[in-house]
Design a protein around this ligand. Sequence first.
Ligand code: FAD
Ligand code: FES
Length: 365
Amino acid sequence: MKAAKTRSEQRSTWLRRLRSSSIWAPLNQPKHWNMLAQVINPVWSFTEIQARVVRVIDEAPGVKSLWLKPNRRFGAFVAGQHLLLELSVNGARLGRCFSLSHAPRADRQLRLTIKLKDDGPVSHAAHALTVGSIVRLSKAQGDFAPKSASTPLLLLAAGSGITPIMSHLHTLAASQSTRDVVLVNSIRTERDLIFGEELRELALLWPQLRIHLHVSQESGRLDPDALAALVPDWAERETLLCGPVGFMQSVAAMYAAAGHSERLHSESFGRAASVVDPDAAQHEVSFAVSGNTFTAQAGQNLLEAAEASGLKPRFGCRRGICRTCQCRKQSGTVLNQLTGQISGPGEELIQLCISTPQSAIDIAL
Ligand SMILES: Cc1cc2nc3c(=O)[nH]c(=O)nc-3n(C[C@H](O)[C@H](O)[C@H](O)COP(=O)(O)OP(=O)(O)OC[C@H]3O[C@@H](n4cnc5c(N)ncnc54)[C@H](O)[C@@H]3O)c2cc1C
Ligand code: FES
């Protein structure tokens, strides 16, 4: 009896020692589990969403689609959502937002359709990816979608703004929706058309869809008059809008003037740069860790002000959605351009891209 107890005591002492041994220390760190998992499969990760590029398609000059197979951490998405694509560029990890341009699929593959941007590090790195490349993603987010399930729809896309609209079209067609749907797709020249073949096939398979292609080099800019001529019942339709800032502003003004702003849902890929008023109050901003200081004007967001002085803070969406630019304000007050709220004077997290100074600011960067 005594000997059995001793053996069990010995066993538990041995197990305790084994458990607390320093040989296991590396396995307490998720990054080491990740390294182990990735030896077996490069997209496996215990902490990150990773995806393998499974197909690369040239869509139009300067526009490529990447088909990605993510690991299980990605979860689900719905039409109209976007994600943050993170790539290594010259040793730095940079992220930018891209819309999912296809409906959710049974094989869990995702499509991103990316237009090259002049001097844009992430779009250039994305275009250099090949089948087998591994990328990092965020979960999908956003709510760019119609609010009613049956009202007739107007989908208004210009240029690469077709990407989230395409995800909606595939989703509606896959469900054989009986909704009356009109797509107005504005492009600069015929060569710039993205998804031309795919749109023709969708319209054949799904008769609810009517497509108007507007080529602005031939027919002039798609202004409110041109839009009203193409879709006379536009005011009765719930509308999804995505395209360049100027185009979106003119459509938003058209809906506001007609008192129909509540029918318009927009997805913006960027924001117009702040209008800098030379007479506006100027505030000193200091990045306390790096020792950099610069001046920002009331009305100018801190990201743009830092860039104007030659600094390069990290950013992703420039719209206040991805939090890549989030940092700790140590002192000073800022206005949040999205909520209109003025911060307290003390320590708090702020997003540079949507914060404009109301006083001198110290930031832990
Ligand atoms: C929700 C969302 C969805 C998107 N979906 C798509 C999509 O499906 N397909 C697609 O092609 N693009 C999409 N975009 C746009 C894409 O994220 C940007 O074009 C991105 O900036 C490209 O990254 P980049 O590194 O190539 O260029 P960046 O480095 O971001 O831009 C190049 C240069 O322009 C400057 N810059 C960038 N944005 C601005 C700005 N708003 N004002 C002033 N200067 C600026 C930068 O400082 C930089 O010097 C989306 C954006 C958002 C927010
Ligand atoms: S850059 Fe995305 S929140 Fe500021």
